[in-house]
Write a new protein. Structure first.
Length: 240
């Protein structure tokens, strides 16, 4: 279910100079914000929650997921180079699963590490806040990677649709509109973070933990399954 050649090509595509710069902007900004917050106001649990939740989890994680998830396959489909992989004797599920693993690894690297560092800088993991949001970022990275990888197989405007979802649904509606929160990866991942954080913190979710786990697993599995089907259809079209 994992192919080293596919992984190497995908890592090279995702970590090329331009995309690596894009991936580094938001994590770098989060670290700078954390340093400024600590220098100006000292350690503050509430501010740490607002920064890690409002910027880190609500904005940075889904946006990096868009870059890594769509970037793992969409450019190859757009420029036709995917035919190179499809011409090889590789099961289509192996191609998708390998690209998914790479997208998850890259997304986690550029989200969990800066979230943990920022939390440690701002409050030294007081009340387990940094650890809770790091877990949420890791879990969300898996679901976002599957969703945006799928999006990369179904649309030539995958990045645009991914940005719309990230900025409007997750960042705006997912944070403000109560009904939308139950259908938000952000809220599902926060449910796990709530279990890790100490009682009395502001790390809370509108979704119960069992429901959140089921929904996270369902979205990840369904997105991966349908991406495999889409790549199979693309194979038939290319052969025709």
């Amino acid at each position: 279910m994992y192919n080293e050649t596919v992984a190497r090509l995908t890592y090279r595509a995702l970590l090329g100079r331009r995309r690596a710069i894009l991936l580094s902007i938001l994590p770098g900004l989060l670290i700078l914000i954390a340093i400024a917050v600590r220098a100006i106001g000292g350690a503050d649990d509430r501010v740490t929650e607002e920064v890690l939740g409002g910027f880190g989890l609500a904005a940075m994680v889904p946006l990096i997921g868009v870059i890594a998830g769509t970037g793992a396959i969409a450019p190859e489909i757009d420029d036709g180079s995917i035919v190179y992989l499809l011409s090889k004797p590789l099961p289509r599920r192996t191609i998708i699963l390998t690209k998914l693993w790479v997208a998850i690894a890259v997304t986690m690297l550029f989200t969990t590490v800066p979230v943990l560092l920022a939390g440690m800088i701002m409050n030294g993991n007081s009340q387990q806040i940094a650890g809770a949001y790091t877990l949420a970022a890791a879990v969300a990275s898996i679901a976002y990677s599957a969703v945006f990888l799928l999006l990369g197989t179904v649309s030539r405007n995958a990045v645009v649709f991914g940005l719309i979802y990230s900025l409007i649904w997750e960042t705006l509606f997912g944070s403000i509109v109560s009904g939308a929160r139950t259908l938000s990866v952000q809220q599902w991942s926060l449910s796990l973070a709530e279990r890790v954080a100490a009682d009395g913190t502001g790390v809370t979710s509108d979704v119960a933990l069992p429901t959140a786990v089921i929904l996270l697993a369902a979205v990840t599995v369904a997105g991966t399954w349908y991406a495999i089907r889409r790549l199979t259809v693309l194979t038939v079209a290319a052969d025709d």
